[in-house]
Design a protein. Structure first.
Length: 339
């Protein structure tokens, strides 16, 4: 592949299925992605959402890791305000102890839920923003015991040095990642509005760190790939319906795809969806190759991570397979030009 490519999985629960099947499909997708050469398999924390099974992200990742051999597994991400830094350090320190050199931890500042659910998770809502302080505290727990001035240590966790990423969809995350010298992943697969500005801020204000002497940026994109353009747009309609349902206060399981969604959808809702999913590659391998190449050329990411909310599990696996072939074909001309 031209750059490291990874999979972002929300463990979608399709209409007509259940959470147990969704988690089994996530593990199967991870095995498939590993065989295709994908670099990372990340899962994301969401709560009170009937269509997403990855709420207990560390537990789900442990299940995925147990079924795979070498692909990196991680959170994309954990919503840190929902938890104490020590608890997350222990969870991901345990994963890193069980699966050495395979675990990543992406941290987000959003609740990953509605505010009522956030209150139920936190049992209190502080008015001040403690996210930067909590990130630093969490990183300290992963350092060697001799480098941790705290009396409290994460066991397991101490000395694992789990790589920490900052996730975001605004300038806040870009500024924090740059200030701390950490890698940065932008949620452009559903909130691309500030992508260009955030990427500029991150790269221009980056302060080198020992582990990350240069800025390291991961672009998130959707991929809906199939044998034909028509089939790919058919598969994409599940994600489009789910997004409309979520934004209109009707979250549910991942809907079954429908024919000609763009002809039957409300124009205002369709405009919202098209903007939210604008960083996407949708179509046959030829079209997906062109669109992914365009995104890579435009934003010049160090890595790319692909989300694919597709109702049918086998179709989702085929989509990632087609995307892997497309990325390999992009890498071919680039490699030849470099020789």
């Amino acid at each position: 592949m031209t750059i490291p490519a990874s999979v972002l999985d929300l463990s979608p629960i399709p209409d007509g299925s259940d959470a147990a099947t969704a988690l089994a499909h996530s593990a199967d997708l991870a095995v498939h992605a590993e065989g295709l050469g994908y670099h990372r398999f990340w899962m994301a924390e969401h709560h009170n959402m009937p269509g997403i099974a990855s709420a207990a992200t560390a537990v789900a990742l442990g299940f995925v890791a147990s079924k795979t051999q070498k692909i990196r597994i991680g959170a994309g991400g954990v919503m840190l305000p929902n938890h104490s830094p020590l608890v997350i350090a222990e969870q991901f320190g345990t994963l890193a102890t069980l699966y050495p050199d395979r675990v990543d931890l992406g941290l987000g500042r959003a609740p990953g839920s509605d505010m009522a659910t956030a209150r139920a998770l936190r049992r209190g809502m502080e008015a001040n923003d403690s996210f930067p302080r909590d990130v630093l505290e969490l990183i300290t727990y992963f350092e060697d015991a001799s480098d941790n001035p705290r009396a409290i240590h994460a066991v397991p966790g101490t000395g694992t040095k789990v790589p920490v990423w900052i996730l975001g969809s605004s300038l806040y995350g870009a500024q924090l990642a740059a200030h701390l010298g950490l890698p940065y992943a932008f949620a452009s697969h559903f909130a691309p509005g500030a992508l260009t500005q955030a990427l500029h801020v991150y790269r221009e204000t980056y302060q080198p760190s020992e582990r990350w002497p240069k800025p390291h940026f991961m672009l998130a994109a959707n991929v809906f790939a199939a044998e034909t353009d028509e089939e790919a747009w058919f598969l994409r309609s599940s994600a489009e319906q789910a997004f409309v349902n979520l934004r209109t206060g009707r979250p549910g399981k991942l809907p079954r795809p429908v024919e000609r969604f763009h002809e039957i959808a409300d124009p205002a809702a369709l405009a919202m969806v098209d903007q939210a999913l604008s960083v996407s590659a949708t179509g046959s391998k030829r079209v997906v190759r062109q669109q992914l190449a365009g995104l890579i050329d435009m934003f010049k990411p160090d890595e790319i991570i692909l989300a694919g909310m597709i109702h049918d599990h086998d179709a989702r696996k085929r989509s990632y397979g087609i995307a892997a072939e497309a990325l390999a074909e992009i890498a071919g001309p680039a490699a030849e030009a470099a020789e």
